[in-house]
Write a protein that binds this ligand. Structure first.
Ligand code: GDG
Length: 490
């Protein structure tokens, strides 16, 4: 009819991630609206997409519901439907109970189930097909994260004309751990469908290249993995010789917008109010995490409770605010973690609290961004004690929000952010005594030293902001696309 021109195959820039960047909310009057969803990936991609415009392929978050494509601002959203079995086996199962714990150093034991794997393959295929359908000839497709590691390889088979990029938001483990995966070769070959594979840390990229050498047999030269020409066979088309860039591109935040938010009168006033509401403790320690076993919340609580037990700080002197946003609540390991944390919090408050004061304020829910900013401004110490974390944006947000150059960051060396934020108090979260010592130093640090450290960290976060991250990544993608042309023609 021409009224609704088909948009398939016309997009030059396609973003693919498990979740669409929006959540559906029902307003009080019953109308349905979409709101930006929380989480690291969306925080980082929001400014990128705002500038470039794109089509975004992803799951809208509801089960068994086929939604039509829709548009928000400059973004065309293409919903992928998942049914209840796919949600349980592809998402909760293989993604969050196999790959997530395996890639985070087996903090929780990964489950290896063949049905989960089969479902991971079929759902990855659905994402790949949907992406192939919307991408114009020669388009760039940017695939995100551990739920979709097979998509680059599938896309390469369907659409060898595409420029394919992949970014892994979580760590990539060493061979000793990665080698456990029964489908390690398929996963590596899936990722190798990309022209560029981005990682958070130097070590993640090196682990990946090493896994490729060992389990697939392709050599690398620096950051480049060399793939030989593949002749047509078994119904598969021939593919030319290729190079795949596997390199670190540490992700970041829009530091300026956090700083502006933190400086607003509302946020500054709210920060003072938070202190008052807590009964004006001398010192506030803050933790902000998805309720996840990788974040080291239990270790943090243990160190904190021992500080109180040892009598170095009284319950009225120091308060720990722990924001734990609900996450993956149907996965058993997460239910267990929640129980353990809640028992521990009650025990600390029972043992050390007074009528007037509870040492731990525990908040199991999400908050709007301005409330988060007020918490950052109110906190004397931010505790990031992850046992393993790809980057950890919370650490960077704290630095961005401290326009007063005060506040101390206690940061796990197992978080990617530790590569950049060298002026934090770096800790090994498994070393409880070491962590206690760091908290003590942080709580007693003179203003001049806080300023000196915070100033350096802020400089890093403002320089390496998210715009720089996406520009560096997309420039590498462009270069890969150009040199691919040279390889095939030359
Ligand atoms: C993955 C990797 C990597 C959290 N609670 C609330 C809220 N948040 C926001 C934070 C921050 C983001 O969510 C969390 O990002 P993190 O980086 O800390 O952690 P993950 O969610 O595990 O993210 C991680 C990241 O991807 C990006 O590549 O850094 O290593 O695991 O922005 O502020 N935001 C609001 N309310 C909350 O209650 N508004």
């Amino acid at each position: 009819s021409g009224a609704e021109a088909p948009r398939s195959g016309t997009h030059d820039f396609v973003v693919v991630s498990n979740r669409l960047p929006v959540d559906r909310v029902t307003e009080p009057d019953g109308t349905v609206a979409w709101r930006t969803s929380p989480g690291g990936l969306v925080t980082a991609m929001e400014p990128v997409v705002r500038d470039l415009g794109c089509v975004w392929v992803g799951w809208p978050g509801s089960i068994d519901e086929a939604l039509d494509p829709f548009r928000i601002g400059e973004t065309d959203l293409r919903p992928i439907a998942l049914d209840a079995v796919e949600f349980a086996e592809y998402y909760e199962g293989f993604s969050n109970d196999t790959i997530w714990p395996l890639y985070h150093d087996v903090i929780s034991p990964p489950g290896y189930h063949r049905e989960w794997w089969d479902r991971y393959v079929s759902v990855n295929r659905r994402f790949a097909e949907a992406s192939a359908k919307v991408a114009a000839k020669g388009a760039t497709v940017w695939v995100h994260d551990y739920q979709l590691q097979l998509v680059p390889g599938m896309l390469r088979e369907m659409r060898p004309d595409l420029v394919i990029a992949f970014f892994l938001h979580i760590p990539f483990p060493s061979n000793g751990l990665f080698g456990q995966l029964p489908w390690r070769k398929q996963v590596l070959n899936g990722l190798l469908g990309a022209d560029v594979i981005g990682f958070q840390r130097v070590a993640d990229a090196a682990n990946f290249r090493s896994a490729v050498r060992r389990y697939v047999g392709n050599p690398s030269n620096g950051n480049m993995i060399m793939l030989p020409e593949r002749p047509a066979a078994g119904g598969k088309r021939a593919l030319p010789e290729r190079r795949v860039l596997a390199q670190e591109f540490p992700i970041s935040i829009d530091a300026q917008s956090f700083a502006e938010l933190a400086q607003s009168d509302e946020v500054q006033e709210r920060a003072r109010e938070i202190r008052r509401e807590l009964g004006n403790p001398d010192r506030i320690i803050l933790g902000v995490d998805r309720l996840d076993y990788t974040k080291g919340i239990r270790h943090r609580l243990k160190a904190f409770s021992e500080l109180l037990r040892d009598g170095d700080f009284g319950a009225g002197d120091v308060t720990l605010i722990q924001v734990a946003s609900p996450s993956r609540e149907r996965v058993e390991a997460y239910q267990q973690l929640r129980n353990e944390i809640e028992v521990t919090v009650s025990r600390i408050n029972g043992d050390f609290g007074t009528i007037a004061h509870s040492p731990v304020t525990y908040l199991h829910r999400g908050f709007p961004r301005d409330e988060m900013a007020a918490l950052y401004v109110a906190a004397d110490v931010l505790a990031v004690t992850a046992l393993r974390d790809g980057m950890n944006l919370v650490a960077k947000e704290y630095a961005a929000c401290r326009t007063d150059e005060q506040g101390v960051l206690v940061l796990s060396e197992f978080a990617g952010a530790a590569d950049e934020l060298r002026r934090a108090l770096l800790v090994n979260p498994h070393d409880i005594d070491g962590m206690k010592a760091a908290f003590t130093t942080a709580l007693r640090m003179p203003e001049a030293e806080q300023r000196q450290r915070m100033r350096t960290m802020r400089r890093v976060v403002f320089r390496n902001n998210v715009a720089r991250w996406s520009e560096a990544f997309l420039r590498a993608v462009e270069t890969a696309a150009e040199s691919r042309g040279e390889l095939t023609t030359g």
